[in-house]
Design a protein around this ligand. Sequence first.
Ligand SMILES: [Fe+2]
Ligand SMILES: [Fe+2]
Length: 482
Amino acid sequence: MVETKQSADHEHLPAKLGTEFITRFYRLLKGTAIYDRKNVIIDRLTQECLQVINDILRSEGTLFLKIVRDNFFLNNIRIPVKVDKYAILKGFWQEMRRRWIGELEFLTTVNGEQLKNIIYLLSGLEENNESNYLYVKKQLENQHIDVFDIGKLEFFRDEEIYVDSEDQKNFSKEVYFKSIDLVKEVVENIHQQKALNIRKAKRLMQNAVNAILQDESTLLGLANIKNYDEYTFNHSVNVAIYAIALGQRIGIPKRHLSHLGMAGLFHDIGKTRIPKEILNKTGKLSLEEWGMMRSHPIVGTEIIMRMKEWGGLSTRMIDAAFEHHLKYDLTGYPKLTRKRRITLFGRIVTVADFYDALVRPRVYNRFPYVSEKILGIMLDRSGKDFDPALVKVFINMIGIFPLGTLVLLNTNEMGIVVQIQEDAELIDRPKVCLLYYSDGEYRKGRVVDLREMDESKKDFKRSIIKTLDPNEYNMNVAEFVI
Ligand SMILES: [Fe+2]
Ligand SMILES: [Fe+2]
């Protein structure tokens, strides 16, 4: 649980900007009822509104305003209502409700003419017509405006928005499993050569970023649990999560974090072209099969280049797809004819990918590596395979005993790591949920803090002796952590 300054800022920023956006947008909307679009006042109001829209896009990457019941959410974070703004927010809410509009989304920066078109479209809508949003969509299409989208007001659906801390875990879980579904969908679409839903992917990664900023532990916990069935899809999502969490810790701005997530999510997209038999082969690969496996960074790059829909994002995604097996000292693959420096995104995804690939027992390695061993390997290969600075930060993030690790304590108790200490010095002293055995299964006991000292005050009360394999104990770690 990382409650840092950052997360506080992130809550603060959208709140203020959100109120500002609504205020100016509402003013402009009201202006349209009085003035025509050539009026100077409309010009001024449009400019004022543009400014805040583009500010939000610059700092947040997206502007997605959603109404749920009588609350506004900006990029899925609720906008708190200040007393002095209550009348404005309420007024805007009524205007939107009257038109059955519940979502406004600016996808990229807009210009004055586009904004005027949008606002006059909204202003002219009929009252109480549930399909207003469809009409607007159609009109936008006719006018070739693709920088803006609109959605219907939904009175009883708010599943994508969780703000209370008790809902945070559910939000994280949902992001995780939705991301897995999305990766599946993308892979299928590639096989069938269908278009991809880029916006959905972007939105999901935005949500993943929010979830990680607010509560890192749940998503990292989900990524660390190793007993899911569908390795390939989980792997992509895990790499995205590790990459975002790592990026966050080294101070990559929020608007770039979701791009990093996308880069992580699709780093192995080239594998969609490799036959399943080779991908899942447990025996030794032939020379030819190895060649095929090793072609996936180049194939991935080609696939991404062909997907025009990604727009400006594609360069970052190509970096990750192309570079994630190159290694820090460029001794990996594909072989380069000209030396280049690996990009930051490439270096981050390399670390995330390596860790997640080894932590899993499937496919690549028949024996599950425990996390401390992998982190040891990474430390060992730091400067050769990996960026040394990133390895350090990554190890601190994962902890020697990551969330969900089953451990044996010197008191002969068994437990599951449920929280990592923030202090890097205490990385081997996480909080552990003790387990007890009754009625044929392991059950949750109390949570103990391994920092706790014994009576003599000279020694720790409990210490980890070793990690255990949950499969040997027939245990589903997920149930204990989530
Ligand atoms: Fe790969
Ligand atoms: Fe990978």
